[in-house]
Design a protein around this ligand. Structure first.
Ligand SMILES: [Zn+2]
Length: 488
């Protein structure tokens, strides 16, 4: 069975390797940059040459047809079949003749593409390769040229129909197109590691491109390590020179979809928070967690939208007689409500994506959320106005379903738990008592023997407490009070 995988492209800056500090090494580096510049200066010309000949190959057959008086005569007769009072049999005969002529032209074309040779697979690509290798093989290594030839042929195919219909002309390539190569050449990976741990790509003509990861915000080193260890497969990649003269490896990595083995004992609990819209915590971690979104930002945007809406609604009240003005204002109100929905929708997308990323990053195989029945009553005995605000505007059902389908796609199981007391129970010792959540943001455990549920002790003997949303998220992650399904 073929494994399904997702292709991702990683952009990593590269430099040609310095082979020491000697004069010889300096000269070698100079020579190598010269080789590279030559490739870069000629590659786009080769690309244009290939695409021109792709078109020429297609056009050749067309020209054979229209230059054949026989073929044109048949076409004409068939076009005016009614006027010429052709019988069914006549038409059949003409069509058969046309078919055999077309087969002839196709044969002629293939013979032409093969350049006299009788056999050979893929004569189209071979013919364009012959054209460019004749002209460019001195400056562009054959491996790169082969790759380019394949890439350009597939680009041309995308446009071929529109070109034929006269809707557009053939694509045009400019200097700076990526220099493509098979990263696995004869089963050997071009990506290699030196004894000192540095990683490079070995291109033809002994060009060693050192990878420099910089601050590596996108975790490229780890991905490269996985490629080197064989965990990830790679696809044909390229090196591109930008206008500013920087060079980047565009590494195509195939990440298997199914092979991810997540830990099903690792659970992420997701809490709809008060101080923060969303909080995630792990069942097996006593620190950290993930807070997503800020309430301030959320409230600010919502308030602005609500204010606009009120203004419109107030205006509507004064124009109750109907007529032009009212319709316009109603439309404005609808538009605003649409905008609001889109905004919430987008936020939910961002939030659900973050939750999935957090789970994957921690190798967690399960996400637990509260079932929404009774939500807002069991959960919190002192429902504040802010909380109502969030409940009213936060489309939590939508968020849950987004988390659910995204989790599914990533191979994570989603479970719903009973929300009872999740915010009033200490996630460390399990003590439940009202008033432990001393305010929206802070939880202090009242169990005298519990240390971790109290936070640091202040100079006056009281405790700093722990983040109340995080505590609730931990409870959700730890809970085994599963409920079947979410109910409205
Ligand atoms: Zn406790």
């Amino acid at each position: 069975m073929a494994t399904e995988y997702t292709c991702i492209t990683r952009k990593i800056e590269v430099h040609l390797h310095k082979h020491g500090d000697t004069e010889e090494a300096a000269q070698r580096l100079k020579d190598e940059y010269h080789i590279w510049d030559n490739i870069n200066d000629n590659l786009y010309k080769a690309a244009n040459r290939i695409v021109s000949h792709c078109f020429f190959n297609d056009a050749y057959e067309y020209r054979l047809k229209i230059h054949s008086p026989e073929f044109r005569q048949i076409e004409k007769s068939l076009q005016h079949a009614k006027k010429n009072k052709l019988s069914e049999d006549d038409i059949k005969k003409l069509k058969a003749e046309r078919k055999s002529l077309c087969a002839d032209f196709r044969e002629q074309r293939l013979a032409f593409l093969r350049g006299g040779a009788t056999e050979g697979a893929n004569p189209e690509q071979n013919s364009t390769y012959q054209v460019v290798s004749h002209e460019f093989l001195d400056v562009i290594p054959s491996d790169i040229l082969t790759c380019l030839n394949q890439n350009i042929a597939s680009v041309y195919k995308q446009y071929a129909l529109e070109v034929e219909m006269g809707k557009r002309t053939i694509p045009n390539f400019k200097k700076g197109i990526p220099v493509p190569f098979a990263i696995k050449q004869n089963k050997q990976l071009r990506l290699r590691k030196r004894n000192d741990g540095s990683v490079y790509v070995l291109l033809p003509r002994e060009l060693e491109w050192d990878l420099s990861f910089g601050r590596d915000r996108s975790n490229n080193r780890e991905i490269v390590e996985r490629v080197l260890s064989g965990q990830y497969d790679v696809g044909n990649s390229s090196i591109q020179e930008t206008r500013s003269g920087k060079r980047f490896l565009l590494l195509v990595v195939k990440i298997p979809k199914a092979s991810r083995t997540l830990d099903t004992k690792k659970v992420v609990g997701v809490d709809l928070g008060i101080a923060t819209p969303l909080y995630a915590a792990l069942n097996d971690n006593e620190y950290g967690g993930l807070s997503i979104g800020s309430q301030e930002q959320f409230l600010k945007i919502r308030m602005r939208m609500t204010a606009q809406k009120r203004e419109l609604q107030r205006n509507l009240r004064y124009t109750t007689n109907g007529g032009h003005g009212r319709t316009q204002k109603l439309q404005a109100l609808e538009r605003l409500e649409g905008k609001e929905r889109n905004w919430v929708h987008l936020q939910n997308h961002i939030f659900s994506k973050s939750i999935i990323e957090y789970a994957l990053k921690n190798n967690a195989g399960v996400i637990q959320m509260e079932r929404l029945t009774g939500f807002g009553h069991d959960k919190n005995d002192e429902v504040g106005t802010e909380y109502k605000f969030i409940l009213r505007y936060w489309s939590f059902f939508e968020l849950q379903s987004m988390i659910e389908y995204k989790a599914k796609a990533a191979g994570i199981e989603v479970r719903y738990i009973n929300p009872y007391h999740t915010s009033q129970t200490c996630s460390f010792c399990g003590k439940y008592e009202k008033g432990q959540r001393i305010n929206q943001a802070t939880f202090v455990c009242k169990n005298p023997d519990c240390v971790k549920g109290k936070g640091r002790q202040k100079s006056d003997g009281t405790y700093e407490g722990i983040n109340a949303d995080w505590n609730a998220a931990r409870n959700i992650a730890l809970s085994e009070e599963f409920v079947d399904k979410k109910k409205k």
